[in-house]
Design a protein around this ligand. Structure first.
Ligand SMILES: [Fe+2]
Length: 217
């Protein structure tokens, strides 16, 4: 059967360094918490500093039940990420291309292009696909913003993963040293360090509907 693609492109600018946005996309542990309305389980099958293969139980727009999909994310270059989704016995395949354009040190444009492989006779769904994907982009972007803001704020105070902020942990450390260095460059570490069982049994929600409780263990 002749195949073609439904396509959609969305973009937005965030007031954060490019590598902090990449951290957000490569952090799989927040997915069942921050995006709990769309995902209930995520398991990492394998990952390294350039690739991550995961399995996600997700509710896609307009699909009234959960499906399990395999997601392969690849960091093509420091400014480009490719994500391949596959579900329903590889019958449904979506490719997403994320372009990160650093406007300056603290601002970055993210452009996401989506390609859904379809048999040619479904081409009439193009407009609907475009509407759904643009809506999805805006919704997920808004959900991610608080954690990006929080991460950048504590990063500028000297936060280190699983260590915290040393002058908060130890009153003998002088906090002025951080106030004198507010321009600490954001550093991306891949794979993102983990705190949950996302690589063993997977990370899933402990509470069904709460924006504050329910992050995985
Ligand atoms: Fe997210």
């Amino acid at each position: 059967m002749k195949k073609t693609y439904l396509k959609s492109t969305s973009e937005a600018v965030a007031p954060f360094p490019k590598d902090l946005l990449l951290w957000n996309y490569w952090d799989h542990e927040h997915v069942v918490g921050t995006h709990f309305e769309h995902y209930k389980k995520v398991k990492i099958i394998r990952e390294n500093e350039k690739e991550c293969l995961s399995e996600r139980t997700a509710k896609l727009p307009l699909v009234p039940f959960y499906i399990t999909e395999q997601t392969l994310a690849k960091l093509e270059s420091p400014n480009k990420m490719l994500v391949y989704h596959s579900t329903l016995f590889n019958l449904v395949k979506v490719k997403q291309v994320f372009d990160f354009e650093e406007i300056d040190k603290n601002n970055c444009r993210v452009t996401r292009s989506d390609f859904l492989e379809i048999p040619y006779f479904l081409k009439f769904l193009q407009k609907l696909f475009d509407i759904i994907m643009k809506k999805w982009f805006v919704a997920v972007w808004a959900e991610d913003m608080p954690m990006r803001e929080r991460r950048y704020k504590v990063w500028k105070l000297g936060f280190k993963d699983f260590k915290g902020i040393d002058y908060v942990n130890d009153e003998k450390v002088n906090s002025n040293s951080y106030q004198r260095h507010p321009e600490r460059d954001y550093k991306l570490e891949l794979p993102v360090p983990k705190i949950t069982n996302i690589k063993k049994e997977g990370s899933f929600r402990l509470f069904k509907k709460s924006k504050h409780l329910g992050y995985s263990k």
